[in-house]
Design a binder for this molecule. Structure first.
Ligand SMILES: Cc1cc2nc3c(=O)[nH]c(=O)nc-3n(C[C@H](O)[C@H](O)[C@H](O)COP(=O)(O)OP(=O)(O)OC[C@H]3O[C@@H](n4cnc5c(N)ncnc54)[C@H](O)[C@@H]3O)c2cc1C
Length: 407
């Protein structure tokens, strides 16, 4: 039986970052993932990118991951938010965020998820305190007074002081530990594709609100952008089935002509969009992190940022307890983490849900109201700067890692 301080179910972007932070802090960690690492780092795996808030970039720097990511990270210099409909000119009211206004070089970075996973796997391989077991799953978890025993799908057993579930939104372990979720499906599908532009995008990200949902254009390295196109679930299959020329034409109708001709490159992906929040984040000797604890609409590109804030807060809580000689699996220690993260996650989840409801329709009075809101927010400097700080993750009680300090 293998012995460790923490066993983590799920070695995705959240699980492996947590494993790394805890191992660097001196704890022995075993992370278990259902997929072999080499499966998750190819261009064809999920086609997704993440908009990393600048607080998350500071965390990546503190964990010495940034040098592995920087060359593939596109700084976001500006964000333009507008409201419109296909065939109708965009509303004259729009919202413009500029990194220069807050004296920053960027408002965050766009990185392909495959590069984040590759950087994490490379760093994990060099960490003596960290063992990644993949492919395998945690088949059963037994909680005892002094520890947990995780039985893996390959029959191996791991004894630890604490188990963490970071195995995504459909976590079975969360249910097995008696933690319920509240949630619903959005009548929307997220279509993801990459486009290559004729003209340089200069690091500008666009969020164009259309009646079926937001159409986000996220700048990537090499004059490419990632499209996160929220479409009515009833229409998405037809869009996905179009041949390349017709798909390009649908993209062009929503994209606009400001970057010249755009060509969709590579595959298209689709994701059913759901909202969920776990009723509790902890049990004795058990904690949740990332999408396992909360799943939010991608309208603001904040899901991973939220999960990485869980990581920073949980790592700090556990390492502080360990340094004081406390039991890292004790409920009172884990409750500190829950109190720190639950309200913040709820607030962000609720506000992204409200934003999606406010913008994903073509009801005229609502349209006028939200356009007025965009115009007012744009005209009022403190509001603009507040939104920029919020999007950058610089809000609330920041864990040490997110200030760029060791956990
Ligand atoms: C279209 C779209 C666009 C998005 N854009 C952004 C963005 O721009 N910025 C942002 O911050 N967020 C974004 N998100 C959200 C972000 O992708 C998620 O929040 C993030 O992937 C959550 O990471 P995670 O590690 O918690 O979960 P996951 O990415 O789901 O990883 C879970 C891991 O657990 C493993 N696993 C699953 N089951 C088991 C098991 N039983 N045992 C062991 N391992 C298991 C899986 O193999 C996987 O490696 C977007 C989401 C969508 C759908």
């Amino acid at each position: 039986m293998k012995q460790s301080d923490v066993v983590i179910s799920g070695g995705g972007m959240v699980g492996l970052t947590l494993a790394l932070a805890l191992a660097r802090g001196g704890l022995k960690v075993v992370a278990v993932d259902a997929l072999a690492p080499e499966q998750t780092v190819t261009a064809d795996f999920d086609g997704r990118v993440s908009a990393l808030a600048y607080a998350v970039v500071r965390m990546m720097q503190a964990l010495e991951l940034w040098p592995r990511l920087e060359a593939n990270a596109q700084p976001i210099r500006e964000i333009l938010v507008s409201d419109g409909a296909i065939g109708r000119a965009a509303s004259p009211f729009s919202l413009h965020f500029d990194a220069e206004e807050v004296g920053a070089e960027s408002l965050g970075h766009i990185v392909e998820n495959r590069h984040i996973r590759a950087a994490l796997h490379a760093a994990a391989a060099q960490e003596t305190n960290l063992t990644l077991i993949a492919p395998a799953t945690v088949a059963a978890l037994r909680v005892e007074p002094a520890g947990v025993i995780a039985r893996l799908s390959d029959g191996r057993e791991i004894k630890a002081t604490l188990a963490v579930a970071a195995d995504g939104r459909d976590s079975r372990l969360r249910g097995q530990m008696g933690i319920g979720v509240i949630g619903w499906s959005y009548p929307q599908t997220g279509i993801v594709a990459t486009v290559h532009h004729a003209r340089p995008h200069k690091g500008v990200a666009y969020e164009h609100f259309l009646p079926s949902g937001p159409f986000a254009i996220l700048p990537m390295t090499g004059d490419r952008s990632s499209l996160v196109w929220t479409e009515a679930a009833s229409k998405a299959p037809a869009m996905l089935a179009l041949d390349d020329a017709d798909f390009d034409a649908e993209v062009a109708a929503r994209f606009g002509a400001h970057l010249g001709e755009n060509e969709v490159v590579g595959s298209r992906w689709s994701y059913p969009l759901k909202f969920h929040l776990a009723r509790d984040y902890v049990r004795p000797r058990f904690a949740l992190a990332g999408d396992c604890a909360h799943g939010i609409h991608p309208i603001a590109g904040q899901g991973l940022n939220l999960g990485l804030k869980d990581v920073a807060a949980l790592a700090e809580t556990l390492l502080d307890a360990a340094r004081l000689g406390q039991d890292i699996g004790a409920l009172d220690v884990l409750k500190r983490y829950e109190r720190w993260r639950r309200f913040d996650s709820f607030t962000l989840a609720a506000s992204t849900d409200a934003l999606n409801r406010l913008f994903s329709n073509d009801i005229a009075p609502l349209r006028h109201l939200r356009d007025l809101g965009l115009g007012l927010a744009d005209a009022f400097g403190p509001a603009r700067r507040f939104f920029m700080r919020h999007a950058g993750g610089d809000i609330g009680k920041l864990p040490r890692l997110m200030k760029g300090e060791p956990a």
